[in-house]
Design a protein around this ligand. Structure first.
Ligand code: P1T
Length: 405
């Protein structure tokens, strides 16, 4: 069996028509949804939504591939195959939300007394999860400015288990060097987890750069239409995959078959959407940078961004997320946000429609003011998820809202 699969892999490498030899755009449409003529009824072009919660077996001792939908489901199976293909990993698992994936990682990898080194500008919900684990399971966490790999190394303790990164970060769009930090972490026998939500696998593949595990909030660019809550983990290590698969089933943190279908559908346009998100964001970041009522713009695609060169080196793009500080404080920020007509004032990001929010009062309200101040999240900070609408319409909306403050 092993010999056969190795042989098959070898044939795949030689075969230019093998799935993994296709480009990203092709894989995002076809992997997991290939019509199968050998099995008669499985020649659908679109993967069906398998709603059955359980699967019959002919013989008591022969369970077959699918038994119970919490442990495995054909629609989820198709999606997990595509996730792995797009992140260029061997394995992938789907979850009910990004935070469900993160909780499953902590559940699997962390035991009482362990220590985590994390980026100081992680998503607020990730920090809240760390705070829960700190209180309940007596772990410790050091959040450091990972734009400096030396600070990551300095924070490593004998009880450190893993390094948790996000790049670019939410909400300050800080970029860290995945390859350099992975090299440091591996020297200390630590795992590196990268939250790749902001760039999606279209622009960045952390395991190719040296990270061990990728985590995603699928809710964002991957699903892409603000109608799904989902999460994913992608990795290459078989043993870790088995442990995570065990936890996925034991905790029951799985996505519904309907959500899996929506994500399979959304993924087919990921590359088209990401290119448009990015070209709109480049235009809008430039507009904001020259606006007299804006104090500072955070966007990795601006040459003024402190890690612009690093981002160019390790990614294929800059993405569609921008943060900026408005001149004044909370009052001006709130007035501006409430004056917009086309941008929707809402948490979340990565959908086709442009969303805008106030991190201190919204997405990052779940962490303390002290933690926010330490991370540099000011009351004048506004975060924008640039959609795929017409960029002139978007800029005109920003213009009229600036005129009202
Ligand atoms: O919302 P959920 O699917 O559980 O994903 C959590 C999560 C994880 N990682 C990053 C980088 C995220 O941005 C998020 C969710 N973020 C928001 C809801 C937000 O508006 O920032």
């Amino acid at each position: 069996m092993v010999i056969y699969s190795k042989f098959k892999l070898f044939i795949n490498i030689l075969n230019p028509m093998s799935e993994q030899n296709h480009s990203f755009d092709t894989r995002s449409i076809h992997v997991g949804e290939k019509p199968d003529f050998s099995e008669g009824s499985k020649n659908e072009v679109v993967a069906p939504i398998y709603l059955s919660s359980t699967y019959a077996r002919k013989e008591v001792k022969n369970p077959g591939q699918f038994q119970y939908s919490r442990s495995s489901n054909p629609t989820r199976f198709a999606l997990e195959k595509r996730y792995a293909s797009l992140e260029q990993t061997k394995y992938a698992l789907g979850y009910a939300s990004g935070l469900a994936a993160e909780a499953a990682l902590l559940f699997t990898l962390i035991k009482p007394g362990d220590h985590i080194v994390g980026f100081d500008d992680l998503y607020g919900g990730t920090k809240r999860l760390f705070n829960i684990w700190k209180e309940k399971y007596n772990i410790t966490v050091s959040l450091v400015d990972a734009t400096r790999p030396d600070l990551v190394e300095e924070a490593i303790l004998p009880e450190t288990k893993l390094v948790w990164l996000e790049t670019p970060t939410n909400p300050l769009l800080k970029v860290c060097d995945i390859a350099a930090i992975s090299e440091i972490a591996h020297r200390h026998n630590l795992l590196v987890i990268v939250d790749n939500t902001f760039l999606s696998p279209y622009f960045q593949n952390p395991t190719v750069l040296g990270a061990d595990i990728v985590v995603h909030s699928i809710t964002k660019y991957i699903a892409g239409h603000s109608d799904v809550i989902g999460g994913a983990i992608m990795l290459n290590d078989k043993d870790l995959y088995e442990q995570l698969k065990f936890a996925q089933n034991s905790l029951g943190v799985v996505p519904s078959p309907f959500d899996c279908y929506l994500v399979l559908r959304g993924l087919k346009t990921l590359s088209l959407r990401m290119d448009k998100h990015e070209s709109n964001a480049i235009a809008i970041a430039g507009y904001l940078e020259n606006h007299p009522k804006v104090a500072r713009v955070y966007y990795p695609g601006l040459p003024s961004h402190p890690q612009y060169a690093l981002n160019l080196k390790q990614t294929k793009g800059f993405g569609g997320m921008i943060s900026f500080e408005i001149k004044g404080g909370e009052k001006e920020a709130v007035q501006f946000l409430e004056s917009l007509e086309l941008f929707t004032l809402a948490e979340s990001l990565g959908g086709v429609e442009s969303l805008i929010e106030h991190p201190a009062l919204m997405t990052h309200a779940s962490i303390t003011k002290k933690e926010r101040e330490q991370a540099g999240i000011k009351d004048s900070l506004i975060r924008v998820s640039i959609g795929v609408e017409d960029k002139t319409d978007l800029i005109n909306d920003l213009k009229q809202a600036f005129n009202q403050i």
